[in-house]
Design a protein around this ligand. Structure first.
Ligand SMILES: [Zn+2]
Length: 328
């Protein structure tokens, strides 16, 4: 009897402690995150997320976002993975400039870049996205992903988190960039839709030759290709070689000044995947055999090869099957 009462008391105490811990975790969630803007050029800053996947350890801060300070307001690119992070971005931007935050360009509608948007919407910034983003908003994927993130990133993503629609949906004619000017800074919004997602857009800051490149840019490592459309991706990379950015801020990883080399490396890799997997599809060779027979030695020593190469090759194999069917 005594023993039962003792363990009951222990259980009550334990529950109380856990409740207090959870409560303080919840209370601190909105206060503890402080972001440090990293300056990459005269007008451009970014926030550098941790490597790896979203988890409670990194509080969802595992992607990049950034902003451009002009004499007539601030332009933001992407909004990170939680409303709390979006608010932390606003606080950090205000530590750099008193200029109002006028626009947020949504690079693409993937969970790690968008749940911060509602903080910007609240302060009246104009949200700008590619028109294909509308499809995401009405999709089951959007709902499923939000539920998944609520489970993984509570309390940073919770029932109050929503997917914010753009105030302005952009449509591009023949993939021609859309230019605009603010406070003496010239911008180009580059359409890369279809490369990594159906609604990719990049932001080029002409005055600084700085580029926000979203998830199509990888520096010194094997890219993550997955089910990307490498044909469109290669077109964007060629456009970037014309634009010649001096500094590139990718969606993940450090900003790079090795821009031409990075772009060439990604190009070489994508072309090689397409060539080898394309030939296998032509010969009606199975994926397993094609993968085994391909000489990967020129890429093997690159970081992320082990994690990404096989999946990239498989994604490309399927893509090449689709492309070959298109031709018939
Ligand atoms: Zn993405």
């Amino acid at each position: 009897m005594k023993l039962i009462r003792k363990s009951y008391t222990l259980a009550v105490v334990f529950t109380a402690v856990v409740t207090v811990m959870l409560f303080s975790l919840n209370a601190n969630a909105t206060e503890d995150i402080q972001l440090k803007p990293i300056k990459v050029s005269e007008h451009v800053y970014y926030f550098h997320g941790a490597a790896g996947v979203a988890s409670s350890a990194n509080q969802g801060f595992m992607s990049n976002a950034g902003f451009v300070v002009t004499d007539d307001g601030v332009v933001v690119y992407d909004a990170l993975a939680t409303p709390v992070l979006g608010q932390a971005m606003i606080t950090a931007i205000r530590s750099i400039t008193k200029q109002p935050i006028k626009k947020v360009i949504v690079g693409h509608y993937h969970a790690d870049h968008i749940y911060g948007l509602q903080a910007f919407k609240k302060i009246g910034a104009e949200i700008v996205g590619h028109e294909n983003g509308k499809l995401y908003l009405s999709s089951d994927v959007a709902k499923q992903r939000l539920e998944q993130r609520k489970a993984e990133l509570f309390p940073w993503v919770d029932d109050k988190t929503v997917v914010v629609a753009a105030d302005k949906w952009l449509s591009f004619k023949d993939k021609k960039p859309i230019a605009f000017e603010l406070g003496g800074i010239r911008f180009q919004i580059i359409d890369s839709s279809g490369a990594h997602s159906s609604e990719d857009i990049l932001l080029f800051v002409e005055n600084d030759k700085a580029l926000f490149a979203g998830d199509i840019y990888f520096s010194g490592r094997i890219p993550f290709v997955g089910n990307a459309d490498s044909r469109t991706w290669l077109q964007t990379l060629d456009h970037l070689l014309d634009v010649k950015p001096v500094v590139v801020i990718p969606g993940h990883g450090s900003a790079s000044t090795n821009t031409i080399k990075d772009i060439q490396m990604t190009k070489t890799y994508l072309l090689y995947l397409r060539e080898k997997m394309g030939a296998a599809v032509q010969d009606l060779q199975g994926f397993e055999e094609a993968y085994r027979q391909t000489d990967w030695s020129q890429f093997e020593k690159q970081p992320a090869f082990e994690q990404a190469n096989r999946l990239n090759a498989f994604g490309t194999y399927i893509l090449m099957e689709h492309e070959s069917l298109e031709k018939h």
